[in-house]
Design a binder for this molecule. Structure first.
Ligand code: HEC
Ligand code: HEC
Length: 186
């Protein structure tokens, strides 16, 4: 029999390519909100903490649905709960709050028709590197100052999920592409 911590560690090792690589709770949007608290409480029981940017607002409900079914199955005293260690499942209202939080802070997909520059070497490098784990991001989600830090975190996500990291020249081109189309400084 395994306790929850061991199970999580083992799963994360065996399935790193399909599990959330994990985000520092302090880097979550509105980290002290009810939604962020619920995410920390329920969604890091089996794998690392998932960031809301992993999916678009449209994609999140079926994903949360799938996770909720797992939590229910493992929260009882049945075989699964016995084998894998007990998992807590959210109430209906907590589940609503969770979905709402994930949707409000979800990945915003780029509107490709507004960016003819996607059809240039820099645009193609961005498209290839940044659409492997989630929808291709809208560059307006961040300012010029913010993008280098976000891309640096994405490099860590690539390593954690066993995906190749583009070379430095290519990363530089991608950051510049994002900065050219970034939102204005606040
Ligand atoms: C009972 C264990 C368990 C809990 C609790 C759990 N997950 Fe998962 N999660 C899994 C497993 C197993 C996978 C890999 C298989 C899959 O994708 O269904 C996974 C994969 C994922 C993925 C990557 C796959 C994808 O479709 O993007 C995301 C994102 C995710 N979980 C989010 C969440 C969120 C959000 C919560 C809380 C609402 C949560 N998980 C709670 C077991 C769990
Ligand atoms: C290996 C998978 C992977 C790849 C490839 C990837 N991302 Fe992400 N991305 C994630 C995960 C996981 C999250 C949620 C956790 C987080 O925010 O770090 C995320 C979240 C985001 C977010 C929302 C969070 C925020 O801070 O705004 C943006 C924007 C983003 N990615 C941009 C990019 C860009 C730009 C690239 C290409 C350089 C990229 N991603 C490539 C996995 C990936």
């Amino acid at each position: 029999m395994m306790d929850g911590g061991n199970m999580k560690e083992m799963m994360q090792r065996m399935m790193s390519d399909v599990l959330p690589p994990g985000i520092d709770p302090a880097l979550l949007p509105t980290p002290t909100s009810e939604g962020a608290k619920l995410l920390n409480l329920y969604c890091a029981q089996c794998h690392n903490l998932p960031g809301p940017g992993m999916h678009t607002a449209r994609e999140w409900p079926p994903v949360v649905d799938r996770m909720n079914r797992r939590m229910r199955m493992m929260s009882g005293r049945g075989m699964m709960g016995m084998m894998m260690g007990r998992v807590e499942a959210p109430s209906e209202s907590e589940l609503q709050e969770l979905v709402n939080y994930l949707q409000v802070h979800a990945q915003i997909p780029i509107d490709t028709t507004r960016y003819p520059e996607l059809d240039t070497p820099a645009g193609r490098a961005f498209h290839t590197a940044c659409s492997r784990c989630h929808a291709l991001p809208d560059p307006q989600q961040h300012t010029t100052d913010e993008w280098p830090g976000v891309v640096a975190r994405m490099k860590q996500n690539m390593v954690a999920m066993g995906k190749s990291v583009p070379d430095e020249a290519s990363i530089g081109e991608i950051v510049q592409f994002l900065q050219r189309h970034a939102s204005k400084q606040e």
